[in-house]
Design a protein around this ligand. Structure first.
Ligand SMILES: Cc1ncc(COP(=O)(O)O)c(C=O)c1O
Length: 398
C-alpha cells in the first residue's frame, strides 16, 4: 500500500485575505465620531420626518452640482417616479431608455401605465446609443404609442452622451430625464450631473458613490414649476394647505436620519471622487488583458463601478478571482428586454445585440475610494495571471 502523503503542517497554507467589493467600513472609520454626533443630534431634536437636516442637505446638494432645485426622496426609484409623475406620463405614452440598465429605470414607467421602449447601447461606454433613438421613436409609433420622453442612464458612473441625445429629443418633442443613480459627482462638458436633462434622478443606496445607510434619493431640476410639483408629489400631493391635497401623490420622503448621515458624507465626497478616479486610472493597466471602459472626451465618471469586458472566459475569470479572495459582480446578467416581467415591452429594431452581448461579457471589479494601491496591485496581478492561464492551451494529451 503506497504511503499516504504527510498532511501539510497547520498554518502552512492560509486562504487569501478576502477583499471587500465596496468598503463602507473604511469610510465609517474615516468619518469617526462625526456620524455618531450627527445621528445623536437628530435623536435629540426628534424631527424624524422633514427635519432641518433635510432642508440643509437639499441646499448643499443643489450647491454641489449647480442645480436650482434639489428635492430629496425615499429612493432612486422614487426619484425617477416623481419626475415621470410631475411630467404627467401615463397610459398611451412611450418612454425610451437603454435596455442595459438596472430594472428601476423601467419600473416606474410601468407603474404609471406607460410603456418602456428598450434601445441598444454603445459597446465601450455601456450607455444609450443616440443612433438608436430615431428607431425607438418609430417603434413606439408603430405600436400606437406617443413617444414622450427619454431616460438616459449614466451607467457605472459615466454620463450618457447628452448633447447627441438632446438634439434628437428636440427634433421629436421628447423631454429628457437623466437616470443618474450611479453618476452623482460626475461631469459632462464642465457641468455636474444634476444639471443634465430636464430632470435628473439619483440614488443614495448605500453602495452608490454618495450613499446613505438605507434607501434614499434625490431629483434635481432647474424648472421651478416642476420642482414644486415634485415637492408636492413626494408628500401625498400636498398643496399649500397640508390637508388640501391638490394631486395624487406618494409618500416618498427622505428620513431626517439619512439626511444627517448624507451631510457628513457629502463633506468628504469630492475627495472620495478623486480617490475613485485614481483607482480607475490604476485599473487602466488591465487594458492589455481585458477591455477596459472608455470615458468619452467631454465627461468624467463618478466610477460607481469599474466594469471590464471579457470577450470569452468571463465566468472562469470570476471564479479564478474568487478563489483568491477577490469578489466580482456581473452588472447586468440580463438586459431588461430579456427579463420575465419586461419581455412584453417593445424593443427598438427588434433586438439589442450589444446589450445582450455585454450581459455575457461584463465583469465589475472591486471599486471604492479606500482601495489602497497594494490591494489594487493584488487584483490587477490576479486578473493578469488568470487571463494568462485561461488563454494557455491545455497540455497535449488532455
Ligand atoms: C441605474 C439605476 N437606476 C435606478 C436605481 C434605483 O435606485 P434605488 O435603489 O435607490 O431605488 C438604481 C439603483 O441601483 C440604478 O442603478
Amino acid at each position: 500500500m503506497p504511503a499516504r502523503p504527510e498532511p501539510a503542517p497547520l498554518g502552512a497554507w492560509s486562504a487569501p485575505v478576502p477583499i471587500p467589493f465596496v468598503d463602507l467600513d473604511a469610510q465609517r472609520r474615516r468619518l469617526g465620531s462625526r456620524l455618531d454626533t450627527a445621528i445623536a443630534r437628530v435623536l435629540a431634536h426628534g424631527r424624524f420626518i422633514m427635519g432641518p437636516e433635510v432642508a440643509e442637505l437639499e441646499a448643499q446638494l443643489a450647491a454641489f452640482c449647480g442645480a436650482r432645485n434639489a428635492i430629496t426622496c425615499a429612493s432612486g426609484t422614487d426619484a425617477l417616479a416623481l419626475g415621470l409623475m410631475a411630467k404627467g406620463i401615463g397610459p398611451g405614452d412611450a418612454v425610451l431608455m437603454p435596455g442595459f440598465t438596472f430594472v428601476a429605470t423601467a419600473e416606474p414607467v410601468a407603474w404609471l401605465g406607460a410603456v418602456p421602449v428598450f434601445l441598444d447601447v454603445v459597446p465601450d461606454t455601456f450607455n444609450l446609443d443616440p443612433a438608436c433613438l430615431e428607431q425607438g421613436v418609430r417603434t413606439a409609433r408603430a405600436v400606437g404609442l406617443t413617444p414622450r420622453a427619454v431616460i438616459a442612464v449614466d451607467l457605472f458612473g459615466q454620463p450618457a452622451d447628452y448633447d447627441a441625445i438632446e438634439t434628437i429629443c428636440a427634433r421629436h418633442g421628447l423631454w429628457l430625464m437623466a437616470d443618474a443613480a450611479q453618476s452623482f459627482g460626475a461631469t459632462y462638458r464642465q457641468r455636474r450631473v444634476g444639471t443634465l436633462g430636464a430632470i435628473t434622478a439619483t440614488s443614495f443606496f448605500p453602495a452608490k458613490p454618495l450613499g446613505c445607510y438605507g434607501d434614499g434619493g434625490c431629483v434635481f431640476t432647474d424648472d421651478d414649476e416642476l420642482a414644486e410639483a415634485m415637492r408636492s408629489l413626494r408628500v401625498h400631493g400636498q398643496g399649500r394647505d397640508k390637508y388640501d391635497n391638490v394631486r395624487i401623490g406618494v409618500n416618498a420622503r427622505l428620513d431626517t436620519l439619512q439626511a444627517a448621515i448624507l451631510l457628513e458624507k457629502l463633506a468628504i465626497f469630492a475627495d472620495e471622487l478623486d480617490a475613485r478616479r485614481m483607482v480607475a486610472a490604476h485599473y487602466e493597466a488591465l487594458g492589455e488583458d481585458v477591455q477596459v471602459p472608455r470615458v468619452i472626451a467631454q465627461a468624467t465618471s463618478a466610477w460607481a463601478q469599474y466594469t471590464v469586458v471579457v470577450e470569452d472566459g468571463r465566468d472562469a475569470l470570476a471564479a479564478a478571482l474568487k478563489s483568491e479572495g477577490i469578489p466580482t459582480a456581473v452588472y447586468y446578467p440580463r438586459p431588461l428586454n430579456l427579463q420575465s416581467a419586461y419581455r412584453r415591452y417593445p424593443v427598438a429594431g427588434g433586438g439589442l445585440p450589444v446589450a445582450e452581448q455585454l450581459s455575457r461579457q461584463v465583469l465589475s471589479l472591486p471599486m471604492h475610494p479606500y482601495l489602497d494601491p497594494g490591494t489594487q496591485a493584488r487584483i490587477v496581478d490576479a486578473v493578469r495571471r488568470a487571463r494568462e492561464s485561461l488563454s494557455r492551451p491545455p497540455p497535449a494529451g488532455e
